[in-house]
Design a protein around this ligand. Structure first.
Ligand SMILES: [Fe+2]
Length: 186
Protein backbone atom coordinates (compact mmCIF):
# COMPACT_ATOMS: atom_id res chain seq x y z
CA UNK A 1 0.00 0.00 0.00
CA UNK A 2 1.19 3.53 -0.69
CA UNK A 3 2.23 5.80 2.16
CA UNK A 4 0.30 9.05 1.97
CA UNK A 5 1.64 11.77 4.23
CA UNK A 6 -1.68 13.64 4.49
CA UNK A 7 -3.44 10.41 5.45
CA UNK A 8 -0.69 9.61 8.00
CA UNK A 9 -1.05 13.04 9.63
CA UNK A 10 -4.83 12.64 9.65
CA UNK A 11 -4.55 9.16 11.23
CA UNK A 12 -2.15 10.43 13.92
CA UNK A 13 -4.45 13.36 14.73
CA UNK A 14 -7.46 11.04 14.89
CA UNK A 15 -5.57 8.65 17.22
CA UNK A 16 -4.58 11.57 19.41
CA UNK A 17 -8.23 12.64 19.53
CA UNK A 18 -9.12 9.19 20.86
CA UNK A 19 -6.61 9.29 23.69
CA UNK A 20 -4.31 12.12 24.74
CA UNK A 21 -1.20 9.94 25.02
CA UNK A 22 0.88 7.76 22.72
CA UNK A 23 -0.54 4.19 22.54
CA UNK A 24 -3.00 4.86 19.70
CA UNK A 25 -0.48 7.00 17.81
CA UNK A 26 2.06 4.23 18.26
CA UNK A 27 -0.33 1.86 16.46
CA UNK A 28 -0.54 4.27 13.52
CA UNK A 29 3.27 4.55 13.36
CA UNK A 30 3.71 0.77 13.68
CA UNK A 31 1.31 0.24 10.80
CA UNK A 32 3.20 2.76 8.63
CA UNK A 33 6.69 1.32 9.25
CA UNK A 34 5.43 -2.27 8.80
CA UNK A 35 5.69 -1.37 5.09
CA UNK A 36 9.00 0.55 5.13
CA UNK A 37 9.32 0.49 1.33
CA UNK A 38 6.07 2.43 1.05
CA UNK A 39 7.31 5.07 3.53
CA UNK A 40 10.57 5.39 1.57
CA UNK A 41 8.67 5.87 -1.66
CA UNK A 42 6.22 8.27 -0.01
CA UNK A 43 8.84 10.49 1.63
CA UNK A 44 11.58 9.96 -0.95
CA UNK A 45 14.88 8.16 -0.40
CA UNK A 46 16.89 10.30 2.08
CA UNK A 47 20.06 11.83 0.61
CA UNK A 48 21.50 13.70 3.63
CA UNK A 49 21.09 13.87 7.38
CA UNK A 50 18.67 16.39 8.81
CA UNK A 51 15.42 17.05 10.61
CA UNK A 52 12.54 17.59 8.22
CA UNK A 53 9.24 18.91 9.58
CA UNK A 54 6.25 17.03 8.16
CA UNK A 55 3.62 18.46 10.50
CA UNK A 56 3.68 21.01 13.33
CA UNK A 57 0.80 22.03 15.55
CA UNK A 58 0.35 22.75 19.28
CA UNK A 59 -0.79 19.14 19.85
CA UNK A 60 1.42 17.20 17.49
CA UNK A 61 4.76 17.38 15.70
CA UNK A 62 5.79 14.88 13.03
CA UNK A 63 9.41 14.90 11.92
CA UNK A 64 11.30 12.91 9.35
CA UNK A 65 14.66 12.48 11.10
CA UNK A 66 17.56 11.31 8.97
CA UNK A 67 20.79 10.40 10.76
CA UNK A 68 24.12 10.59 8.93
CA UNK A 69 26.22 7.40 9.04
CA UNK A 70 27.95 6.70 12.38
CA UNK A 71 26.64 9.91 13.97
CA UNK A 72 25.77 10.07 17.66
CA UNK A 73 23.44 12.70 19.05
CA UNK A 74 24.19 13.57 22.67
CA UNK A 75 21.78 12.77 25.55
CA UNK A 76 18.70 15.01 25.40
CA UNK A 77 15.09 15.11 26.52
CA UNK A 78 11.95 16.24 24.68
CA UNK A 79 9.54 17.11 27.53
CA UNK A 80 6.84 15.49 25.38
CA UNK A 81 5.89 11.88 24.79
CA UNK A 82 7.23 10.54 21.53
CA UNK A 83 7.09 7.59 19.15
CA UNK A 84 10.02 6.66 16.90
CA UNK A 85 9.29 4.49 13.86
CA UNK A 86 12.25 3.29 11.77
CA UNK A 87 11.70 2.98 8.01
CA UNK A 88 15.31 2.57 6.88
CA UNK A 89 18.59 1.76 8.65
CA UNK A 90 19.12 1.39 12.40
CA UNK A 91 19.08 3.48 15.57
CA UNK A 92 20.77 2.52 18.83
CA UNK A 93 19.24 4.35 21.77
CA UNK A 94 20.87 4.72 25.18
CA UNK A 95 18.43 5.79 27.88
CA UNK A 96 19.83 7.89 30.71
CA UNK A 97 18.66 8.79 34.20
CA UNK A 98 19.43 11.83 36.29
CA UNK A 99 21.81 11.39 39.22
CA UNK A 100 20.39 13.27 42.19
CA UNK A 101 17.86 15.27 40.22
CA UNK A 102 19.09 18.82 40.75
CA UNK A 103 18.99 20.96 37.59
CA UNK A 104 22.39 21.14 35.92
CA UNK A 105 23.32 17.71 37.25
CA UNK A 106 24.75 14.65 35.57
CA UNK A 107 23.09 11.62 34.05
CA UNK A 108 24.08 7.97 34.04
CA UNK A 109 23.26 5.31 31.45
CA UNK A 110 20.28 3.18 32.48
CA UNK A 111 19.47 0.91 29.54
CA UNK A 112 19.79 0.56 25.79
CA UNK A 113 17.49 -0.36 22.95
CA UNK A 114 18.49 -1.33 19.41
CA UNK A 115 15.85 -0.19 16.93
CA UNK A 116 15.56 -1.72 13.47
CA UNK A 117 13.35 -1.20 10.45
CA UNK A 118 9.71 -1.77 11.40
CA UNK A 119 10.15 -0.91 15.10
CA UNK A 120 7.83 1.73 16.61
CA UNK A 121 9.25 2.69 20.02
CA UNK A 122 7.21 4.77 22.49
CA UNK A 123 9.10 7.19 24.75
CA UNK A 124 7.62 8.68 27.90
CA UNK A 125 7.56 12.41 28.52
CA UNK A 126 10.58 12.46 30.83
CA UNK A 127 12.81 10.15 28.82
CA UNK A 128 16.43 11.19 28.25
CA UNK A 129 18.08 9.43 25.33
CA UNK A 130 21.08 9.59 23.03
CA UNK A 131 20.92 8.19 19.52
CA UNK A 132 23.58 6.53 17.39
CA UNK A 133 23.31 5.50 13.78
CA UNK A 134 25.63 2.45 13.91
CA UNK A 135 25.73 1.70 10.17
CA UNK A 136 27.61 3.22 7.18
CA UNK A 137 24.49 4.61 5.50
CA UNK A 138 21.65 6.98 6.32
CA UNK A 139 19.00 5.98 8.85
CA UNK A 140 15.49 7.39 8.48
CA UNK A 141 12.77 7.49 11.12
CA UNK A 142 9.39 9.06 11.70
CA UNK A 143 9.46 10.91 15.04
CA UNK A 144 6.08 11.89 16.46
CA UNK A 145 5.80 14.16 19.52
CA UNK A 146 2.74 14.92 21.64
CA UNK A 147 3.00 18.70 21.34
CA UNK A 148 4.89 21.41 19.53
CA UNK A 149 8.47 20.10 19.52
CA UNK A 150 9.88 23.54 18.68
CA UNK A 151 8.01 25.46 21.38
CA UNK A 152 9.25 23.46 24.39
CA UNK A 153 12.42 24.28 26.34
CA UNK A 154 14.47 21.13 26.58
CA UNK A 155 17.78 20.00 28.01
CA UNK A 156 20.78 18.22 26.61
CA UNK A 157 23.71 16.70 28.47
CA UNK A 158 27.27 17.48 27.43
CA UNK A 159 28.67 14.28 25.90
CA UNK A 160 31.97 14.64 27.75
CA UNK A 161 30.96 15.85 31.20
CA UNK A 162 27.36 14.53 31.07
CA UNK A 163 26.23 17.80 32.70
CA UNK A 164 22.83 19.32 31.88
CA UNK A 165 22.51 22.45 29.77
CA UNK A 166 19.62 24.05 27.86
CA UNK A 167 19.17 22.82 24.30
CA UNK A 168 20.05 25.36 21.65
CA UNK A 169 18.30 24.80 18.31
CA UNK A 170 21.08 26.43 16.25
CA UNK A 171 23.76 24.32 17.96
CA UNK A 172 21.69 21.18 17.36
CA UNK A 173 21.36 22.05 13.65
CA UNK A 174 25.15 22.60 13.46
CA UNK A 175 25.78 19.12 14.90
CA UNK A 176 23.68 17.57 12.15
CA UNK A 177 25.51 19.63 9.51
CA UNK A 178 28.91 18.58 10.94
CA UNK A 179 27.82 14.94 10.71
CA UNK A 180 26.75 15.53 7.10
CA UNK A 181 30.08 17.13 6.26
CA UNK A 182 31.91 14.03 7.52
CA UNK A 183 29.53 11.83 5.54
CA UNK A 184 30.04 13.77 2.29
CA UNK A 185 33.86 13.70 2.68
CA UNK A 186 34.07 9.99 3.37
FE1 LIG B 1 15.28 12.57 20.75
Amino acid sequence: MAFDLNQFVFDCRTALGQEPSHPAVREVVARAVSDPGAVLRGLGEPTRGGIYVLHQSPELTILNVVWAPWMTLLPHNHMLWAVIGIYTGREDNVFWRRIGGAPGGRVEAARARALSVGDAEPLGRDVIHSVTNPIPRLTGALHIYGGDFFAVSRSEWDPETLLEQPTDGARMARRLEDANALFVKS
